[in-house]
Design a protein. Structure first.
Lengths: 390, 226
């Protein structure tokens, strides 16, 4: 126990050494204020002045206001106000899931989480807790550093919440679709395998083996139309890509120089992807014509109506991180239009966390079963074709 | 008020096949939605899409006691599918028929395109002329994007006891505009009735002449666009 405490003290001492004191210069404050044109407009700048009992003229240009504000002394509190102003308001990250096809226990996961906390790097703050008898949550607070930005905003504090939903024979891990969460899960898996002294099989929702544009599009159309307990209401955004990229891997390299030259010429007018926004998009002439040309869906935003009271219209989003490879399925529940006083609200309202979790689970389940059904159909058709050719 | 709207559709399969697919999705006592197919021919079919909507209303009495009342309503959307233009006829005045179009999309394995026609309503009513007992009287007309002066446009509703087309010419003075809607008085079976026609291929008319007007309007739309 003593040894452990001294270790913590050591790590604290180490941390304080690494957390360098930082003082923002007027140039950096000027850069931060100038870079966020939409969020920090003249009105916000005048308010920042008013907070300090300085009344600037509303006819002053934005540049002049920023110049004058940046020369004022800024303490921790003032800097925080500026940083809060320029932060993006709640653009929720898409989530992804991995299923461990092994019988795991909550205690086992808790133990690994504790181990991970002990070994976590200094710039990470990891916490863990359980919810009910079958859920383990691991929260990782970390810093995302972008050296391309001005120094004051290079470090963005972020949070990756990794949820382990323990089932009887499998555990579904839901996490933000970003590199950090993947890295943390990778470490978790290694620890789990080391502890168990065996490989833990896992599966992701992937359609990399669907080589036809029809099969890839079918994944999305089935997902939106077969969502359990929901009825498709509207497709408001869809992104499509041409099939040519899929076929190129299987092409035989028999092209002569002339045809290569032709291919280069064609590439000058190549469409890499098309994004459509509107209402009932899948019935639009434009989408259908792209489909006939071999394009397939890579990303979709749609609304589905819950078939039970209070009948909210829930907006979902689903996409692949690597569309051409059909890998990295990520999804999101964006909000809902609620039914009140005889009509639906005009704008999306945030969902209750319990409802959101429920809808995400339905989406995961439908996506997973859709992949299995289409894969089985494809396998049986290739089997038939092989059988036929014999 | 009764009505209908028409659309251009490209069916991926024959009308007969669509008919059998719709029959495979019947509305039953246990289902939340489904189709009732009335007739299927080689070149057209008539059907109704029925949705069951069960809502719960909480009523509290003056003593603070709450009671939940379940209310069940059925939404019916009658429609016809044709092999030729206009391919889809929705027999309702409802602003949105998204539930029906989504279901038709599913039935067509998401290989269906629907296009709203763009028709001149005056031309449409003129084409309806042969089915009427006397020439129609356009007593109301709505235009938009009328160029008043550079950068200024107007949306205008003309109303009158006589044909308003002359007044429109006087108002527009050869300036460009978009004709959105017209309202006309027509004589059918020796009785006067009112018809409203829109440039997006939708029509509203009285309940008395539904069976004669709807097919006549469809034929007139075909003649106006063709």
């Amino acid at each position: 126990m003593f040894a452990r405490n001294s270790l913590n003290l050591n790590s604290h001492a180490k941390m304080s050494k690494q957390n360098l004191l930082y003082c923002a210069t007027d140039k950096e404050i000027y850069d931060v204020l100038m870079s966020a044109k939409q969020r920090i407009h003249s009105g916000v700048l005048l308010e920042l002045g008013k907070d300090r009992k300085i009344f600037y003229s509303s006819s002053d240009s934005r540049e002049d206001l920023i110049h004058q504000l940046s020369l004022l002394p800024h303490g921790y509190h003032e800097l925080n106000i500026i940083l809060e102003q320029r932060e993006h308001a709640g653009r929720a990250e898409k989530v992804t899931s991995v299923t461990f096809n092994a019988k795991l226990t909550v205690d086992e996961l808790k133990e690994i989480a504790k181990e991970y906390i002990g070994e976590s790097p200094d710039d990470e703050k990891v916490t863990t807790f359980t919810k009910g008898a079958d859920q383990v949550f691991v929260n990782v607070k970390y810093s995302d550093i972008d050296y391309g930005k001005t120094r004051l905003v290079q470090r963005t504090p972020k949070e990756a919440a990794i949820e382990f939903h323990v089932g009887e024979d499998k555990t579904v891990v839901r996490m933000p679709a970003n590199a950090k969460a993947k890295e943390v899960l990778g470490k978790f898996r290694t620890k789990l395998e080391t502890k168990r002294k065996e490989e833990v099989p896992f599966e992701r929702i992937e359609i990399s083996d669907f080589n036809s544009s029809e099969a890839r599009t079918e994944f999305f159309t089935t997902l939106i139309s077969k969502l359990e307990g929901f009825k498709l209401d509207n497709v408001t955004s869809v992104k499509v890509e041409p099939i040519s990229k899929l076929a190129s891997e299987d092409d035989l390299d028999l092209d002569d120089d002339q045809s290569k030259e032709e291919a280069k010429q064609e590439a000058l007018a190549l469409v890499k992807n098309v994004a459509l926004k509107g209402e009932t998009l899948l019935a639009s002439e434009e989408y259908q014509s792209l489909l006939k040309k071999g394009f397939f869906i890579t990303s979709i935003i749609w609304r589905s109506k819950l078939l039970t009271d209070p009948f909210p219209v829930v907006e979902f989003e689903a996409a692949f991180e690597e569309p051409e490879l059909g890998k990295g399925f990520k999804y999101h529940v964006r909000g809902a239009l609620n039914f009140s006083e005889g009509e639906y609200t005009k704008t999306l309202r945030p969902l209750e966390p319990a409802d959101k979790e429920k809808y995400l689970a339905i989406l995961e389940k439908t996506a997973s079963s859709t992949v299995k059904t289409i894969r089985a159909e494809l396998n049986s058709s290739t089997g038939d074709a092989k059988g036929g050719s014999k | 008020m009764n009505g209908a709207r028409w659309a251009v559709a490209h069916w991926p399969v024959s009308i007969r096949t669509l008919g059998s697919r719709l029959k495979n999705l019947p509305f039953t006592a246990d289902s939340l939605d489904g189709f009732a197919v009335e007739r299927v021919r080689d070149d057209y079919l008539d059907a109704t899409y029925i949705e069951k909507i069960a809502t719960q209303e909480v009523v509290s009495d003056p003593f603070g006691k709450e009671e939940t009342i379940e209310r069940i309503t059925y939404k019916r959307s009658s429609f016809s599918l044709y092999g030729d233009f206009p391919h889809l006829e929705i027999k309702s005045t409802s602003r949105t028929n998204r539930d029906l179009t989504n279901k038709l999309l599913e039935v067509c394995n998401f290989k269906l395109s629907l296009v709203v026609p763009n028709v001149n309503p005056v031309r449409w009513i003129e084409c309806l002329g042969p089915s009427l007992e006397s020439p129609p009287l356009i007593d109301s007309l709505q235009i938009s994007s009328l160029d008043v002066e550079p950068g200024v446009t107007a949306k205008v509703l003309l109303k009158g006891a006589k044909d308003v087309r002359e007044a429109l010419e006087h108002l527009a003075q050869k300036k460009t505009y978009t004709l959105d809607k017209i309202q006309a008085k027509v004589l059918l079976d020796s009785r006067q009735t009112t018809i409203q026609l829109s440039s997006n291929g939708s029509a509203k008319f009285g309940d008395d002449h539904v069976t004669t007007l709807r097919p006549a309007l469809r034929a007139a739309l075909k003649a106006a666009i063709g």
